[in-house]
Design a protein around this ligand. Structure first.
Ligand code: GRF
Length: 206
């Protein structure tokens, strides 16, 4: 930690409240996380995460999908913002769009995602409620490298969360988020320390 290693230059993609982004910004500010958040990009103008970025003195950019003729043009615009800000790794934190190959190909094995379920179970936009409604006794959180398939790609870290008899969707959500706020920074720190090695489908931690 601290100054020993060069900081990981990241761009964070969001669509909403950005509580995971906030944990990353806080870790970077306190110097407990060796990342330098260069830019935060949202596909939604109203995403509160953009405000969190501004508060932290980080560039906040809304790239509006509706102002481009198609998804490819939109993804090229996102890529341009990432490149302009000197980003080395892309961190998706509640980004609710499929990231295009236009971005993925520019950052091979350099895009991360967090998902609020134990992948490959319950992929998609409603991981917590899908698991809750299914009646599973254990769900959890997954951090993984992203590829062109939604919620796929080599798994970096997972942590289980038990569903208690008296859990409601709300209490389960709270438990999942608590784990997210630990697991994502931990994975990013491993990445910053150069300790994640992708071997085919698997990620080895050295
Ligand atoms: C998190 O639960 C994350 O796992 C999922 O979207 C949510 C984002 O929440 N992909 P926030 O915007 O970080 O508060």
């Amino acid at each position: 930690m601290g100054n020993a290693i060069r900081k990981l230059r990241i761009g964070v993609l969001i669509s909403g409240s950005g509580t995971n982004l906030q944990v990353i910004l806080d870790g970077a500010a306190k110097d407990v996380l060796d990342v330098d958040v260069r830019v935060v990009i949202s596909n939604k103008a109203e995403a509160f995460g953009l405000e969190r970025a501004r508060q932290a003195g980080v560039a906040a950019v809304h790239v509006d999908p509706t102002s481009f003729p198609d998804a490819s043009a939109y993804n090229i615009a996102v890529r341009e913002v990432l490149v302009e800000h000197g980003v080395d790794f892309v961190v998706m934190a509640g980004y609710m769009k499929l990231l295009g190959t236009e971005v993925l190909d520019a950052f091979p094995n350099r895009v991360l995602n967090i998902h609020p379920a134990l992948l490959p179970s319950f992929p998609g936009a409603h991981g917590i409620s899908d698991a809750f409604d299914y009646g599973v006794k254990v769900t959890g959180v997954t951090v993984h490298f992203a590829n062109a398939v939604f919620d796929e790609g080599p798994i970096i870290a997972q942590e289980p969360v038990h569903v208690a008899e008296d859990d409601t969707l709300e209490t389960l959500e709270a438990k999942i988020h608590e784990v997210e706020y630990r697991l994502y920074p931990a994975a990013l720190q491993l990445l910053a320390e150069g300790r994640l090695i992708i071997e085919g489908r698997k990620v080895r931690i050295r």
